[in-house]
Design a protein around this ligand. Structure first.
Ligand code: BT5
Length: 248
């Protein structure tokens, strides 16, 4: 890797031409003794997944499908912040290559309003201790002919916004940014990270609707709280939302 000297991430990695999901491969490697910061990459995933059992379309040669194993220095309470950190790391990496990404809570990276990357955090732990977390990042580099037509209205790829850099450069830039975010988070907490996230947020200050397990919440997107929960100013007062789907 270029630019990962001295980083805690990316010191060990495995590449698969084809795998069910890099998340599963990471989990298997963790069970088999993967070190902190180990990275799994795949050319193609046959069962790439998003959150809540959704599918992540991962055709061969068209994207960066990557999972990072974290075993040190995190608690279960940090997983929301981790999801925001990973999205921010992707955004910062893309900016370094001249793209202008936006962030959509909790885990989407957008280019011109369409999703170019998504983040999936999976893990296992107890309240104040995390055994491991797997940070999954899917980034579309180009959309193949066979990309599902119904997803074309919401999805985009780097190639639609400028000549994409090689995937290994993208991976190294994302890992290096995530490495920085993790260090900053440990040293200073979520505060500085929140500011960096919010300057890239789409729809800040505007009306949004959020589908939560407990129903639909409509209001003004007011910011993020200290844990990375979404703050929405509703007619009934300020609400902090831990998980849900934002409609812009
Ligand atoms: C996500 O879920 O956005 C998390 C995606 C994480 C994928 C990575 S790839 C490496 C690692 N291994 C895995 O198996 N997963 C991770 P969510 O917010 O639930 O969004 C899923 C939704 O995005 C789907 O229901 C589709 O609507 C849409 N979608 C599916 N494939 C897409 C793609 N390639 N590009 C853009 N949108 C897509």
């Amino acid at each position: 890797w270029e630019g990962l000297e001295g980083a805690e991430l990316g010191q060990a990695f495995r590449f698969f031409p084809e795998v069910d999901s890099t998340q599963n491969a990471a989990r298997r490697w963790f069970d088999d003794g993967a070190p902190h910061g180990a990275v799994v990459l795949a050319e193609r995933q046959t069962a790439g997944r998003g959150r809540m059992g959704r599918q992540w379309v991962s055709p061969p040669g068209t994207g960066l499908w990557m999972s990072v194993i974290l075993t040190d220095g995190l608690r279960l309470a940090d997983v929301h912040a981790l999801s925001l950190m990973a999205g921010l790391a992707v955004a910062e990496a893309l900016e370094a290559f001249g793209y202008r990404p936006g962030l959509k809570w909790p885990n989407d990276v957008l280019l011109a309003g369409k999703k170019v990357a998504g983040v999936l955090i999976e893990g296992q732990g107890e309240l104040d201790r995390l055994y491991f977390a797997v940070v999954g990042i899917g980034l579309n580099v180009r959309l193949p002919e066979a990309f599902p037509p119904e997803l074309r209205t919401i999805a985009t790829a780097l190639a639609e916004h400028g000549p994409p850099p090689p995937r290994r450069k993208l991976a190294a830039a994302i890992l290096s940014a995530l490495d920085r975010e993790l260090r900053a988070y440990r040293a200073e907490g979520f505060g500085p990270l929140r500011e960096r996230w919010l300057v890239r947020a789409v729809s800040l200050g505007r009306e949004i609707a959020v589908e939560t397990g407990g129903g639909r919440i409509v209001g003004r997107f007011a910011g993020l709280d200290d844990d990375g929960k979404l703050l929405v100013e509703t007619a009934a007062g300020l609400r902090a939302i831990a998980s849900g789907e934002v409609r812009l």
